[in-house]
Design a protein around this ligand. Structure first.
Ligand code: URA
Length: 464
């Protein structure tokens, strides 16, 4: 019998096979990924294959093979982690508005004895970027070499950095092509892209925060659940203990959305403060951190993990890790002595309720665009962002407001940038005479390997 790996492959055959609804084997997928990373397969052929994969979908076996081949397309961080002798855990969110849980869960998990090698991204679409937010701290560097990444982790137990050129080069090529060819929103391609980077970082355990609701990328609940189950099953079979929490993005998380103002809010919580309009942020951070601590083996249940996380907030140990990490990554920690004093927007405007009523709904994607258009995000790749732009929300879903009462404060670089976001907010915040129905749960479902497998089986995709 001929060994599959000895048969010479041609990319045109793999494009035709996928186009006609066939499934590629692991050897064929490895050939494609290696060609993407090395540049031996031209972009037009990769783009044609991506479109065929988007239209036909990827089987579970193909998704797993793609994830592993992409993980292995460059250097891996795992050997450096082994030297640290600690269990490595991380959290990944599918993206939302005002989502700043990384600034809480990374130092909390480190304070509880784990190591958190977090590789994060920039603003994408209507959502903010963890790296852009951190770079509002003067001097903070996110582009660390692998050696520097290792040193910060050894010193602080947590580091938040951008993807390095050495890790997962195939994703850089494929992601840029997907962005330009309308092939981003494919569960198999998203799963392989996200997980290849997480697995290359050498994680023992991963907690996924999969958003649903009006501010999520995948708005339909069944799509978000399918992606969550796919990621849990793929990561688990690749050897990383993984769980996904389906969480509400039907309104911004916490009361701030922007860059520096999100750090201000996170640091208040790290100081043990309990602002009422930040309670959802605190609660979600404790639940995510609880799972990280549990999967990392430091607590025998996620509930016990959450209790440990709460102690790390209350006793200041998580704050100490956060400040040490900022310093180790070149940031000036003096700005945290008085965070509001460092907030210097060029212009501000208070939006008052245009009528009396209940905040019955929020179109959170439009709210996210309002934040980006104030200057917190960019129009074109590579542009600088305004560290001081953003929105503080004075009323959350379900609140009663009277005409003239402040609903939000908008911050921008220049006064002329305020008009469009004000108009967006007036359409996105729905005021009604009647209060909204039952409160939406913050965490609506938890997918572990067992129920992820069952969900995929019900969706007709048996894990093979
Ligand atoms: N984030 C990624 O890194 N990859 C995707 O495909 C989508 C979001």
């Amino acid at each position: 019998m001929t060994d599959a790996s000895s048969v010479p492959l041609h990319i045109i055959d793999l494009i035709r096979k996928k186009r006609d609804g066939g499934a590629l084997n692991a050897h064929e997928i490895a050939f494609l990924v290696e060609g993407a990373a090395s540049g031996t397969i031209p972009p037009e052929q990769l783009a044609a294959w991506l479109m065929a994969a988007w239209l036909r979908g990827l089987s579970l076996d193909e998704t797993r093979a793609l994830t592993i081949a992409m993980r292995d397309s460059g250097e891996k961080f795992s050997p450096r982690l082994l030297l640290l002798g600690k269990v490595a855990v991380d959290k990944h969110s599918t993206g939302g508005v005002g989502d700043k849980t990384s600034f809480l869960v990374a130092p909390i998990a480190s304070a509880c004895g784990l190591v958190v090698p977090m590789i994060s991204g920039r603003a994408l679409g209507h959502t903010g970027g963890t790296l852009d937010k951190l770079e509002s701290i003067p001097g903070f560097r996110t582009a660390l070499t692998l050696d520097e990444f290792g040193s910060v982790l050894a010193e602080c137990g947590a580091a938040i950095v951008s993807q390095t050129p050495e890790l997962v080069p195939a994703d850089r090529v494929l992601y840029a092509l997907r962005d330009r060819t309308g092939t981003v929103e494919s569960p198999g391609l998203i799963c392989a892209s996200i997980l290849s980077k997480k697995l290359a970082a050498g994680l023992d355990a991963l907690v996924l925060d999969v958003k649903t609701g009006s501010g999520a990328f995948l708005r339909k609940r069944e799509d978000a659940e399918y992606l969550a189950a796919l990621m849990v099953a793929t990561a688990e079979t690749a050897g990383t203990r993984t769980v996904a929490l389906m969480t509400d993005m039907g309104q911004p998380l916490g009361r701030m959305a922007g860059n520096w103002i999100e750090l201000m809010e996170a640091v208040e919580l790290l100081r043990g403060e309990r602002p009422k309009r930040s309670e959802d942020l605190r609660e979600l951070s404790l639940q995510l951190a609880g799972w990280m601590i549990h999967l990392g083996g430091k607590a025998d249940s996620p509930e016990r993990g959450s209790a440990m996380a709460e102690t790390a907030l209350n006793d200041g140990s998580a704050l100490r890790v956060f400040l040490r990490m900022v310093e180790a990554q070149g940031g000036d920690v003096r700005v945290f002595d008085d965070p509001p004093a460092f907030h210097r927007p060029g212009a501000a405007r208070v939006l008052e309720a245009w009528e009396s009523g209940y905040v019955s709904d929020m179109e959170t994607t439009q709210i996210g665009w309002a934040v980006q258009r104030l200057g917190a995000g960019r129009e074109k790749a590579g542009e600088p962002v305004d560290p001081h732009a953003g929105i503080e929300f004075h009323a959350r879903r379900g609140a009663r407001v009277e005409r003239g009462q402040p609903v939000a404060t908008l911050y921008a670089t220049r006064a002329e940038l305020l008009a469009e976001p004000v108009a967006l907010l007036k359409k996105a915040i729905i005021l009604s005479e009647t209060p909204p129905g039952a409160a939406v749960p913050l965490v609506s479902r938890i997918l572990t390997y067992e129920n992820a497998e069952a969900l995929l089986r019900d969706a007709g995709k048996v894990i093979g």
